[in-house]
Design a protein around this ligand. Structure first.
Ligand SMILES: NC(=O)c1ccc[n+]([C@@H]2O[C@H](COP(=O)([O-])OP(=O)(O)OC[C@H]3O[C@@H](n4cnc5c(N)ncnc54)[C@H](O)[C@@H]3O)[C@@H](O)[C@H]2O)c1
Length: 259
C-alpha cells in the first residue's frame, strides 16, 4: 500500500467532502499531503485525521480564487515538502438561480472558484511538477458538464470549461511528463449536495438526497471515498498512459435516458 511513497500531493478544497477523502486515501498510500482550503477548521480537521491514521499532512489556508495566495501556497509546499508531484483541483462551489435573477457576484464566485481556481493552481504548480521531472493533475468537473439540473448556468459552464481546459493542459504538458485528467462525479453525499437539496427541497433535504441517489442506476448516492478511488488511480503510475480526458464516476447517471 505505498503507491505514493515519496510523492507530495496538493489537494484543494480538502477541508470537507470529496477533497477530504482524496487527501486521506493519498496519505494512506504514502503521499505527503498539503491540505488546502479556505476553511481553516476544515483543513485542520482533515490534516489531523490523516495524522491520526499514521500519515503525513499539513493544512494550508488558501482561497483558490486568489492568485497571490495560490502562488504563495505552491512555494510554501515546495519548500516544506521538497517539491510537488500530484495536484488535485477539487475546491468548488455551487450557487443556484436562473440567469435573469443570478447576481454577477455569484457568477464570479462560481467561475472564480471552479474554473479560475483550477487555472491558478495549474499555473503555479506546473513549474514545481516540471522540476520533479513530471507529475499528475486531476481537475474536478461534474456530470453537470454534460447534463444539468435546472438553475445551474454558472456551475455547469464552469465544469464544462474545466473539461475543455483539461484537454489543453494535457496536450501542452505531455512533453513535461505531466498527465492531466478530470473527473465527472454524479451526486456525491457531501455538504455541497446537502446545500443543493436545501435549495430544491420542499420537505426534508435528507429525503431529497436519497431520492437523487435512487435516480442513479446503481440506486444510491455516491460516497466521497468512491470518487477518491478514481482520483488516486488517475494520479498513480497505474494510469501512466491516461491523459487529457474526462472520467465519469456517476453510478450510471448519464447512461440512462430520463424517459
Ligand atoms: N457533491 C457532489 O455531488 C459533486 C458532484 C460533482 C462534482 N462535485 C465537485 O466536487 C468538488 C468537491 O465537492 P464537495 O461536494 O466535496 O464540496 P463541499 O462543499 O462538500 O467541499 C468543498 C470544499 O472546498 C472548499 N472551498 C470552496 N471554495 C474554496 C476556495 N475558493 N478556496 C479554497 N477552498 C474552497 C470548501 O471550504 C470545502 O471544504 C467540487 O469541485 C464540486 O463541484 C461535487
Amino acid at each position: 500500500m505505498s503507491r505514493f511513497a515519496t510523492k507530495v500531493a496538493v489537494v484543494t478544497g480538502a477541508g470537507a467532502g470529496i477533497g477530504r477523502a482524496v487527501a486521506q486515501q493519498l496519505a494512506a498510500e504514502g503521499a505527503h499531503v498539503a491540505v488546502l482550503d479556505r476553511d481553516e477548521p476544515g483543513a485542520a480537521q482533515t490534516a489531523e485525521s490523516v495524522r491520526a491514521a499514521g500519515g503525513t499532512a499539513r493544512p494550508f489556508v488558501v482561497d483558490v480564487t486568489s492568485p497571490t495566495q495560490v502562488a504563495e501556497a505552491m512555494n510554501q509546499v515546495s519548500n516544506e515538502f521538497g517539491g510537488i508531484d500530484i495536484v488535485v483541483n477539487n475546491a468548488g462551489v455551487v450557487r443556484y438561480g436562473s440567469v435573469p435573477e443570478f447576481s454577477i457576484e455569484d457568477w464570479n464566485l462560481v467561475i472564480g472558484t471552479n474554473l479560475t481556481g483550477c487555472f491558478l493552481t495549474a499555473k503555479y504548480a506546473i513549474p514545481a511538477l516540471r522540476r520533479r521531472g513530471g507529475g499528475a493533475i486531476v481537475n474536478t468537473a461534474s456530470a453537470q458538464a454534460f447534463a444539468s439540473q435546472p438553475d445551474v448556468a454558472a456551475y455547469s459552464a464552469s465544469k464544462g470549461a474545466v473539461v475543455a481546459m483539461t484537454r489543453t493542459l494535457a496536450i501542452d504538458h505531455a512533453a513535461d511528463n505531466i498527465r492531466v485528467n478530470c473527473i465527472c462525479p454524479g451526486s456525491v453525499e457531501t455538504p455541497m449536495l446537502r446545500y443543493g437539496a436545501e435549495y430544491f427541497d420542499d420537505g426534508d433535504p435528507a429525503v431529497t438526497m436519497q431520492q437523487w441517489g435512487r435516480q442513479h442506476p446503481i440506486g444510491r448516492l455516491i460516497q466521497p471515498e468512491d470518487v477518491a478511488r478514481l482520483v488516486t488511480f488517475l494520479v498513480s503510475d497505474d494510469a501512466a498512459v491516461i491523459t487529457g480526458a474526462p472520467y465519469f464516476v456517476d453510478g450510471g447517471l448519464l447512461a440512462r435516458l430520463g424517459v
